[in-house]
Design a protein around this ligand. Structure first.
Ligand SMILES: Nc1nc2c(ncn2[C@@H]2O[C@H](COP(=O)(O)OP(=O)(O)OP(=O)(O)O)[C@@H](O)[C@H]2O)c(=O)[nH]1
Ligand SMILES: [Mg+2]
Length: 395
C-alpha cells in the first residue's frame, strides 16, 4: 500500500488540475501515465480500520452490519443475537471496498477488565478510530477503555445504541415528546461521561440509520480523519439519506478529472493510435465505483429490498439511466457514443497549457470530452440513486 509514501506531502489528494499537474513533476507522457496510474491505485487501496467495541449485547454486530449495508441474516454478516455471540476480534471487510475493515471487538464486560491489556491484545495501533457502543449508561469499563485510547492518542466516539427501543417504550406515555426523550438520554450519557471531559455522544439506531444521529456521527468521523481516509469512509457509507448521496457525489466528482487524465494519458502510452484515445478500463473502474458507492449494484439493492420489505424489481423500476442494468463495457461504450457532448471549456483550457497533455489524442476523443462524459454519467447515476431512496421511503 504505497499511499502514504507517494505524491502528496500535504495529504491533499484532490488538488485542482493545474496544481496536480505541477505536483506530478514529470516531463513525458509515459511518466505522467505511470504516476497517474500509481495515484489511482493508491486511491483504490486506501485502508480504513474501524474498531467497534462495547459491552456484550450493546449492539456491536448489528451496528457493523448496518455500516456495511447488510442485514443481520446475510451470509457475510456479523452474527447477532440475545446471547453472547462475539468472543474474538473479527474483521469484516466492506462488501464493495475490502480495504475498509470494520472490526467487531469482543465484549469488555469482564469484572477483571484491564483497558491497557485489552488494547494491547487487540493491537490498537491498526485502528483509525474506536466506536464505543452502549445500549444504556456507559459502564466503568467503557470509560476506562476511552481513557486508555485517549492516552494512546487515538480517537474514540461514544454511541448510545438502540434508541428506537427507548422511543418505542416512551411512546406509550401520555405526554410523549420525542425530542425531550432524546435530550434526556443524551444528558444522562453526558453526565455519566463527565469525568472524560465532555466527550461527544451520538444517539443511534442500527435498525433506522436515517433517523437520530448516525449522520452527525459520520460527519464528525469525516471531519476528524485525514483527507485520503475521508474518501474511503464516505464511499463506504450505506446510502441512507440524500445527505449521504450528496457527500458521496462530492468525493466522486473530485475523482472525475483524475480519471479523465488517467484514462487519456494511459491510453496515449499503452495503446498508441487508438481512435478512442481513452482507456475504457479506467472509465469502467470509475463508473463501477460510483455505482457501488450509490448502492445501485444488485447486492446493495438486494440488501435494501430485504430491509424495507419491497421487491428488488420495484427499486430497479425507478432507475432510468442507461446504467440501470449494470456497468458493462457495452453499456459504457453506448453511453459514450450516444451522449451529446458539449466541450468542458475549463478542462480544455487547462490541458492546452500543459505541453505533455497538449499532445493528447489527436483525432480521438479529447480529455475534455471524457471529463464531460464522466460528469454526465455520475449525474445520471445520482438521479437513479435519488429515485431509489425516494421509493424506498428512507427519505
Ligand atoms: N431495537 C434495536 N435492537 C437492536 C439494535 N442493535 C442491536 N439490537 C438487538 O440487540 C441484540 C444484541 O445485538 P448484537 O448486535 O448481537 O450485540 P453485540 O454487542 O454484538 O453482542 P455480543 O456479540 O454478545 O457482544 C440483538 O437482538 C439485536 O437485534 C438497535 O439499534 N435497535
Ligand atoms: Mg456481537
Amino acid at each position: 500500500m504505497a499511499y502514504e509514501t507517494t505524491l502528496y506531502p500535504d495529504d491533499n489528494i484532490f488538488l485542482e488540475p493545474d496544481d496536480f499537474i505541477k505536483n506530478l513533476n514529470v516531463s513525458t507522457g509515459e511518466e505522467a501515465a505511470a504516476k497517474l496510474k500509481d495515484h489511482m491505485d493508491d486511491l483504490e487501496n486506501i485502508s480504513l480500520n474501524v474498531a467497534i467495541t462495547g459491552m456484550t449485547g450493546a449492539g456491536k454486530s448489528t451496528f457493523i452490519n448496518a455500516l456495511r449495508g447488510l442485514n443481520d441474516d446475510e451470509v457475510e454478516s456479523s452474527p447477532t443475537g440475545v446471547t453472547e455471540t462475539t468472543m474474538v476480534p473479527t474483521m469484516f471487510p466492506h462488501p464493495s471496498m475490502p480495504n475498509v475493515r470494520i472490526w467487531d471487538l469482543p465484549g469488555i464486560g469482564s469484572p477483571k477488565f484491564k483497558a491497557k491489556q485489552y488494547l494491547k491484545e487487540v493491537k490498537f495501533d491498526r485502528f483509525d478510530f474506536f466506536i464505543i457502543l452502549s445500549a444504556d449508561r456507559f459502564k466503568e469499563n467503557d470509560l476506562m477503555l476511552a481513557e486508555e485510547i485517549k492516552k494512546k492518542k487515538k480517537s474514540f466516539y461514544f454511541v448510545r445504541s438502540k434508541v428506537d427501543n427507548d422511543i418505542r417504550s416512551e411512546k406509550k406515555r401520555k405526554k410523549f415528546d420525542e425530542q425531550q426523550v432524546l435530550s434526556k438520554i443524551k444528558e444522562d450519557c453526558k453526565c455519566n461521561l463527565k469525568k472524560l471531559g465532555n466527550p461527544k455522544v451520538f444517539l443511534v439506531s442500527s435498525h433506522e440509520l436515517e433517523k437520530y444521529e448516525f449522520q452527525a456521527l459520520m460527519d464528525h468521523l469525516e471531519g476528524d480523519l485525514p483527507e485520503h481516509k475521508r474518501f474511503a469512509l464516505v464511499q463506504s457509507l450505506p446510502v441512507c439519506s440524500m445527505q449521504v448521496l450528496k457527500k458521496k457525489k462530492e468525493y466522486l466528482k473530485k475523482m472525475i478529472w483524475l480519471t479523465a487524465f488517467g484514462s487519456g494519458a494511459i491510453a496515449m502510452t499503452t495503446i498508441p493510435g487508438l481512435a478512442a484515445g481513452c482507456d475504457i478500463g479506467i472509465v469502467m473502474a470509475f463508473f463501477n465505483r460510483s455505482f457501488q458507492a450509490f448502492g445501485l449494484d444488485d447486492k446493495s439493492l438486494h440488501s435494501l429490498s430485504e430491509r424495507i420489505n419491497k421487491p428488488v424489481s420495484e427499486l430497479k423500476s425507478v432507475m432510468k439511466s442507461c446504467f440501470a442494468s449494470g456497468i458493462t463495457v457495452d453499456v459504457v461504450r453506448t453511453f459514450f457514443l450516444t451522449s451529446k457532448v458539449s466541450v468542458a471549456m475549463k478542462v480544455e483550457y487547462v490541458l492546452s497549457s500543459i505541453p505533455i497533455f497538449g499532445a493528447l489524442p489527436a483525432g480521438g476523443i479529447s480529455l475534455a470530452t471524457i471529463y464531460h462524459l464522466l460528469n454526465k454519467g455520475l449525474n445520471e447515476m445520482e438521479e437513479d440513486a435519488k429515485e431509489v431512496l425516494n421509493v424506498s421511503g428512507l427519505e
